[in-house]
Design a protein around this ligand. Structure first.
Ligand code: GLC
Length: 450
């Protein structure tokens, strides 16, 4: 008996140690991560010289463009309508609380005045303006955080040791990991020294090397970032479970736990780190002149709400045009999301995924003793689905499964009207007085918990 007891104590001690190892994080970083989760909604911007070709940010690769020929695009890049302030005001109006900007994408072009490479927006274009400087000033002025996307791989530099990329330079004579690694760290140092507080570095492209033995030397790079700016978070779109040094987990084109896009099959959802799902408005990240396949505003709003209900942020992408303006469709979606957030933002910001996990009828978010119930049962085309809704005693109702909660009262968020509910063996049954309507993007109820 004694032995069993001792074994149990050791087991508990071992378990708490391993949990501890996972959760060692400074109070300062814990506060930063919490603030990030509170912000809930960010705008992703894919903008570079590729925008001029109007065929997404992968155009150089996909069209097998000659790298030196492609580089000449820089000489014609002059986004005359660009105004960081106008962009940021629009994002703020939409309810976004941070912006993630592509500082350097896979094409290797830097969107700031980099000392590490002349292949940049100030030195290589007639535009000659440092857009990261302008964005950082506009974000600071409006209270939005600036995050920077940074590509690990490079289709332009000859010292980058190309991995699986087929249409990339592969000359062992010029490849030099040491100079390439030093170059990346010099650039990251510039970004984290000259542009004020950066909310996060968002890495991408590591999947170019699938071989296990390829060493990206991330530990050292992550330490450099955290040393330069201890409050700068690190995220990496490596499509795997987060590794040491990373402060949030990313999901590409999917909500946490889903894998419709095929990038998340190896990702268990972290219950420790903040989560962020990045999604496009149409099908492309960088500007596309042909891709008009935009989601409806209602669909975008429901994705934002679903993300919040799954304890995740939504990073909503826009591919600005080469003239420096945002596509009209994107502006319209932002305005509609803004109208929704203006009314219902308090059921999203500062919340976490609610005590009732996602259900066929929708999701819940929670702030203290307030549980926000979001009824989202619309199909992609906007039609109402009956999933999770049942007609009982002549009234439409849905079930909230039993859990560690009890409800004092429920009201509708828009009208304040009181909502009837009753406890049943499976959980709480909530009665809707009327059917959600097709123009009701999200029917929000507020439950006061005991
Ligand atoms: C993928 C794409 C890249 C894009 C990123 C955004 O990694 O390759 O172009 O920037 O997704 O999540």
């Amino acid at each position: 008996m004694k032995k069993i007891f001792l074994a149990a104590i050791l087991l508990v001690a071992a378990a708490s140690q391993s949990i501890h190892a996972e959760t060692v994080v400074s109070d300062q970083m814990r506060a930063v991560r919490n603030d990030f989760q509170d912000r809930k909604f960010g705008i992703f911007l894919h903008w570079g010289i590729y925008s001029m070709l109007g065929d997404g940010e992968w155009v150089m690769h996909n069209k097998k463009l000659d790298r030196t020929e492609y580089a000449h695009l820089a000489g014609g890049f002059c986004p005359s309508w660009f105004s960081a302030r106008e962009w940021v005001l629009l994002f703020k109006e939409a309810g976004a609380q941070y912006v993630t900007f592509t500082s350097r994408h896979h094409d290797g072009f830097s969107m700031w005045n980099s000392a590490a490479s002349d292949y940049n927006i100030v030195k290589a274009t007639p535009f000659g303006r440092d857009v990261i400087k302008e964005l950082s000033a506009a974000c600071a002025q409006e209270g939005l955080k600036l995050h920077l996307y940074y590509s690990h791989m490079d289709w332009q530099r000859l010292d980058y040791p190309t991995g699986s990329c087929q249409n990339c330079p592969h000359d062992p004579g010029t490849t030099n990991w040491e100079t390439y690694y030093a170059f990346m760290n010099q650039q990251l140092t510039e970004l984290l020294t000259n542009y004020g507080p950066i909310g996060a570095i968002w890495f991408d492209g590591m999947w170019d090397h699938k071989e296990k033995e390829f060493d990206w030397r991330l530990k050292e790079q992550y330490e450099l970032i955290h040393r330069l700016q201890p409050k700068c978070m690190i995220g990496n779109n490596h499509h795997g479970a987060p590794i040491e040094g990373e402060d949030f987990q990313l999901f590409e084109q999917d909500l946490p736990g889903q894998n419709t896009a095929g990038f998340s099959k190896d990702q268990a959802v972290s219950n420790q780190l903040p989560l962020e799902s990045c999604q496009t408005m149409n099908n492309t990240w960088g500007y596309s002149i042909t891709d008009k396949n935009y989601k409806s505003s209602a669909e975008v709003i429901r994705r934002l709400v679903k993300a919040a209900g799954m304890n995740s942020n939504l990073l909503l992408n826009i591919g600005p045009r080469p003239d420096g303006q945002l596509p009209d469709e994107a502006v319209k979606i932002l305005q509609d999301v803004g109208a929704f957030m203006h009314k219902y933002g308090s059921s999203i910001y500062d919340t976490r995924g609610g005590v009732v996990p996602p259900q066929p009828w929708g999701v819940t978010t929670q702030k203290g003793k307030k549980l926000y119930i979001h009824i989202l049962n619309h199909e992609q085309d906007g039609k109402i689905s009956n999933e999770g809704l049942e007609r009982i005693d002549g009234s439409l109702s849905f079930m909230m499964p039993k859990g560690k909660y009890s409800i004092k009262q429920i009201t509708r968020m828009d009208t304040g009207a009181s909502i009837t509910f009753r406890n049943e063996s499976e959980g709480t049954r909530v009665f809707l007085h009327s059917r959600p309507t097709t123009d009701q993007t999200d029917l929000v109820l507020v439950a006061q918990l005991n």
